[in-house]
Ligand binder design. Structure first.
Ligand SMILES: [Zn+2]
Length: 572
């Protein structure tokens, strides 16, 4: 008996070893989740399609045919029949403000309203419902609701909230609309000079502030408002994560973070609530110089971990065209006024020094540049960094790019600069027809949001929403990139049609190219073996529908690292 037992044990050990060896080398371990019978648009190097994929431990372990999938399916594998539905890599938004947008969405939210009367009614409703709040804050109003220049008056708010400060940012974040109480608290009178990085809109006769504060002038008031608490930041972020996952988004570049924001991301990641890969662009204080880099380095090393990467710095080089603060090479066409070239936020020589140092220190720089003058100043600064440091591969990128001189277009590719467009702005809405074109002149009007030109030049083109400035839904933005028409049927004629791009290019700009900007293209951005299983299942195939229907597409399920963070796989 004894010898038999020993023999059996020995046999079992041999069998066990063989099994174990097989599990580790010969046969791949079985997948936890498999998707079959789909139209999987992989966005790999050759833009291949596949029927099936398999996921294990948050990563993609197989992409291919339904037939070959069988080798990855074991008794424990959950197999989902996609019934032909389209799957794309999780979208990545290269320029977005999720925390402030989330907070705005849960405060006095004017997004979606259009007229001054609607705004005032909403402000009153919110103030009445929140009598205990010492300040009324929020935003989302459109400059176009108030005509050229977008000057909203303080008296409109005074009529409904005279006793508490009210501070509301425009939907693009460049203008702050305040009531008289807020001006009083901030000590703004007709004698207050304009700050270097902004403008107090004034009554031409009395010199009194009218109620709109452009660009940096807004901080005269916001610096007096109570600071947001960590709980408010986290609540805003939580709102946004859910919304973004619902749009199929699994990665973002937050276009402006400070330390409290980074703390909010870190807290969410540690609580395992951060179903997004996040790059945070640390705000460059334009009133300071190179001395701030030590603190930026501290933030980067403290907060770059887990799903958060804080090795990017955001430099805002100009304002926007609608309030004449974008830096332009030819003056704005403003009859009867002094020639104005906009407001350069950082002196161009100081910009060169800053970018050269940040580049040498391992930082990626994310620029805001709207006017052709600001775009050129930024390209010059990156060129200076390249000349001094060589190509360190940091993928500096310029957001917005409303007007680019044709001679500057080839410089993006030459300098390895990514063109980070917000394509939802590239159709003839009132911002363009009423607030931009009249002040730009005929020639420059041909160079607005030149996405196609940049693409054809060989530059990397990536997309972002700038939410809460505009919708965070990538499918609306992809539609405009392809059609140059309003995604909800607002316009029926393509705006500068030669600047349209094809659907595969637009999808790439929201997936693999955005992952490239985020320095995360080895882990995300396409559906390939070894990458995170970040993907979105759509209710229709984007290649089978008219381009004008792209924005009607719904995301049924979003997977983040293999886990459903939106929708229900079993309900497909
Ligand atoms: Zn932005």
């Amino acid at each position: 008996m004894r010898s038999l037992n020993v023999m059996l044990i020995a046999m079992a050990m041999v069998a066990g070893c063989a099994q174990k060896r097989g599990a580790e080398s010969d046969e791949p371990p079985m997948a936890e989740l498999a998707l079959k019978n789909g139209a999987i648009y992989t966005v790999d190097g050759s833009r291949r399609w596949a029927d099936a994929l398999a996921i294990r431990k948050g990563h993609i372990v197989f992409v291919g045919t339904d037939k070959d999938l069988a080798a990855h399916v074991g008794p424990q594998t959950k197999v989902i029949d996609l019934q032909g539905r389209m799957v794309v890599p999780g979208f990545q938004d290269s320029h977005i403000h999720p925390i402030s947008a989330g907070i705005e969405a849960v405060s006095c939210n004017l997004n979606g309203l259009e007229t001054p009367e609607q705004y005032v009614a909403k402000i009153k409703e919110y103030a009445d419902a929140h009598p205990q709040e010492p300040w009324i804050t929020g935003g989302g109003w459109l400059m176009s609701s108030f005509g050229p220049g977008g000057r909203a008056s303080r008296e409109l708010i005074d009529a409904v909230v005279p006793d508490r400060p009210v501070m509301l940012s425009s939907t693009d974040g460049h203008t702050t609309w305040v009531n008289s109480k807020a001006l009083e608290v901030a000590g703004i009178t007709k004698d207050t000079p304009d700050p270097v990085d902004g403008r107090i809109d004034r009554d031409p006769k009395t010199g009194e502030a009218v109620g709109t504060l452009q660009e940096g002038a807004g901080s005269l008031v916001s610096s007096k408002a109570p600071e947001q608490t960590p709980e408010q930041l986290q609540a805003g972020l939580r709102y946004s994560i859910k919304l973004l996952n619902g749009f199929g988004i699994t990665g973002i570049q937050d276009a402006s973070v400070d330390e409290p924001d980074l703390k909010a991301y870190q807290a969410a990641d540690e609580a395992n609530e951060l179903s997004l890969h996040v790059v945070g662009s640390i705000w460059w204080e334009r009133g300071q110089g190179l001395e701030q880099i030590d603190n930026i380095k501290r933030l980067a090393s403290t907060y770059t971990k887990g799903r958060v990467d804080a090795r990017t710095v955001k430099i805002m080089q100009d304002g926007v065209i609608e309030n004449y603060t974008a830096v332009v090479l030819e003056p704005y066409k403003l009859p009867g006024k002094e020639p104005s070239y906009g407001i350069p936020m950082v002196d161009p020589e100081k910009l060169k020094a800053a970018v050269t140092q940040l580049d040498a220190d391992g930082f990626q720089v994310h620029f805001h540049a709207i006017g052709d003058g600001a775009v050129r100043q930024v390209l010059d600064a990156i060129e200076a960094a390249r000349t001094a440091n060589g190509d360190l591969g940091h993928r500096h990128h310029i957001s917005h790019l409303e007007v680019i001189q044709p001679t500057d277009v080839p410089r993006f590719r030459k300098l390895g600069v990514v063109a980070n467009f917000q394509p939802l702005w590239a159709f003839a809405d009132p911002y363009i027809t009423d607030l931009t074109l009249p002040f730009m002149g005929k020639e420059r009007a041909q160079w607005i949001y030149p996405i196609g030109s940049l693409y054809r030049s060989g530059a990397v083109v990536a997309f972002g929403s700038d939410w809460s400035v505009s919708s965070a839904n990538p499918l609306e933005e992809i539609e405009v990139a392809v059609t140059r028409m309003g995604p909800l049927g607002e316009t029926k004629t393509p705006f500068l049609p030669t600047e349209r791009i094809a659907l595969p290019e637009a999808i790439a700009a929201f997936t693999i190219n955005a992952a490239y900007v985020n320095r995360h293209e080895k882990e995300t951005g396409s559906i390939e073996v070894g990458k995170f299983a970040d993907l979105a299942i759509l209710d229709r195939n984007l290649f089978d529908i008219p381009a004008t229907e792209i924005s009607d597409t719904k995301v049924l399920v979003t997977l983040f690292e293999g886990r459903a963070v939106h929708g229900d796989l079993t309900a497909l």
